[in-house]
Design a protein around this ligand. Sequence first.
Ligand code: HEM
Length: 327
Amino acid sequence: MACPKLFLSCLLLQVMFLFLVPEVAHGQGLKVGFYQKTCPSAEAIVKKVIGEVMSVAPSLSGPLLRMHFHDCFVRGCEGSILLNSSTNQAEKDSPPNLSLRGYQVIDRVKTALEKACPGTVSCSDILAIVARDVVVATGALSYDVETGRRDGNVSSLTEALTNLVPPNANITTLKADFAQRGLSVKDLVVLSGGHTLGTSHCSSFTDRLYNFTGKGDSDPKLDSNYVARLKLKCKPNDQTTLVEMDPGSVRTFDIKYFDLIPKRRVLFTSDIALLDDSQTKAYIDLQIKTGGSTFFKDFGVSMVNMGRIGVLTGTAGEVRKVCSKVN
Ligand code: HEM
């Protein structure tokens, strides 16, 4: 908006414009304790439900953490991952999301919140609080979650396909995909540490085991003993078997994932790629050397950063009554 002469009136116009444009920005409008007045027990309710869920189904910690990440990377953290489509064209129908689980947990949290404070707590905020609570339940340090997100009403299979980072991404793609969403190289390496939890389907990495370059070979960046072990578990077209990403401690939030990277015992190209950048490599080396001196605190900071991506706040979007459908 150029305004060379009528400076004051133009300034006024610009200010009005700022107020009229719905906020779709990196974290603007979010704050810690957004529901303090409107639903003071909101976070306690989420914590209680997650505590109950974790005691009977601890393997849901991984998928629930990953759900927030997959929400935020497609259209921002606005709950589009949760929407159903009658024609199977929503984000959740997209191949990278077919391995997500735990939607019923979000519904259970939402039902409890609707009972206590109808129409108040957004589904996108539920995803952010749940992600915090599952990592804390598995051993991470707690951190304050910013809230105040509102829910979007669009969810597209194709957008999920094009926006979610594939497991064969190299370091250049990873850095660009994070930077595009306002996340730093440090956020990239710290958040990749989320792979300390959970499992992967064989199909997400079998290309590294069989026929990597079309000559029946495996990825030379994988430890050969690990390749042999993985081949015993995963046959070439296996779509169903699950493999632990951080073997032996998939339900514990710890720094073992970082230990595995230089040993070349990590499942994805995107994991091993973290050795290809001096900053991400230095971070991994430091965490290994110091027993994860800063990882736990860093994780909370980076989760907050991720939770700011493309949020809808103020009067933008809506607070869905049911997380799987728009009002
Ligand atoms: C940096 C780019 C990333 C890539 C390419 C990537 C890729 C993947 C893939 C392919 C899987 C296995 C899915 C399956 O086959 O079941 C997975 C699992 C997982 N990812 Fe990532 N991921 C990335 C970043 C993140 C981030 C930022 C987080 C969270 C902070 C995260 C958390 C998880 C968790 C917890 C699981 C285990 C899910 C389960 O147990 O079902 N990932 N990731």
